[in-house]
Design a protein around this ligand. Sequence first.
Ligand code: EPZ
Length: 427
Amino acid sequence: MDKIIIHGGVRLAGTVPVSGAKNAALTLLPCALLTDEPLTLRNLPRLADIDSFQHLLNQFGVSTMIAGSRPEDFGRVMTLAATRITSTVAPYELVRKMRASILVLGPMLARMGEAKVSLPGGCAIGNRPIDLHLKVLEAFGATIELAAGYVRAIAPDGGLPGGDYSFPVVSVGATENALMAAVLASGTSTLHNAAREPEIVDLCNLLVAMGAQIEGIGGSDLTIHGVHRLHGATYMVMPDRIEAGSYACAAAITGGEALLMGARIEDMAATVQALRDAGVLCEARPGGLYVAADGPIQPVTLSTAPYPGFATDMQAQLMALLCRAEGASVLTETIFENRYMHVPELNRMSAHIETKGRTAIVHGVKQLIGADVMATDLRASMSLVIAGLASSGETQVHRLYHLDRGYERLEEKLALLGADIERVGGD
Ligand code: EPZ
């Protein structure tokens, strides 16, 4: 397995391109199932999770063609065509590698009238249930069967009628599955307390481009008027607000600066506010977001929350930055029950973090010291890289496959900012 070796202490400075958003791409790809016409997605990030999803779609008979791009280009163009679907089953060996596979349930059900998906199971950050996905599809008229580790969803003969559902908990994935199921329903559907993440807006914008009728986009109350069929489209994946926030923390912890090309400041207001509270300069510039350390890092107290609150996907990266603050920060993780796997690894780098249930107290330290550390999940891995960039000595981050799921060519991008970083194989 690959690992990354970082020699910390270098002040980062420069311009870095922000890739297409992983969490948008993973809900845009299954939209190909909703039509027999070609769907072309531009600015798709080169990520392991995207490759896994492409392989899953191929499993259903969806053809996927990647337009020629130079090796040095970031992002890819993929044209998908679900002209004929030859299978409605998402098998265990594919789903277990990537939980987002559950996002084929809604669109497959809408297109074919049935879908069978292996239950995704939990992951490092929590048990990640899918009960809300199933409840909203039942509210739209589906019959749900659970057997032998699979969930099977069946629509009545005439297809899904649609219906109304209020989410008791905000769920990004369940909102996405609901939207992709409702667009081809015979009637009108409403969602209340739906997730409002920018990635959900991206999904709605693509669906509308394909001919769907959706009202309330960007809000937590959505109305979807089902249509008989959807047509193909060409669509640009939104920029990755979590990747952008991650590189902002990397530049700031080294006392440096970065122009994050392609970042959309309006998608990341809570992250920008947290960075500003930490004493980091953030301002919109033509083409992107400029961030720069502006004096010592200040402690911050915040809780993660559904959008527009502070993203849980940014918690580990901000925590790494706050390890160098002048004072104690208090972070509360309200979304997932086990999203502090990075804490013991950061403490091995001489951070001083105490956790108590869902709250972490981050006591700022004068110096982080490089160490061998283990990546446990995607965002935890990035927090270790961020800490390594500001540590004295050498940091080796092992189990890089976690990082490769969500950060396109990480070491190349950090090298663009001047980091002393290399990837080596054979861990
Ligand atoms: C999406 O996961 C993202 N993944 C996650 O990003 C992100 O952390 C999460 O949304 C929250 O923003 C993708 O978009 C591929 P949820 P998702 O359903 O949809 C509970 C990353 O690092 N819940 O909004 O799985 C759940 O346990 C990843 O890029 C139920 O109880 O998240 C959690 O506590 C990690 N029942 C809360 O809701 C359900 O049926 C939010 O989960 C579904 C969720």
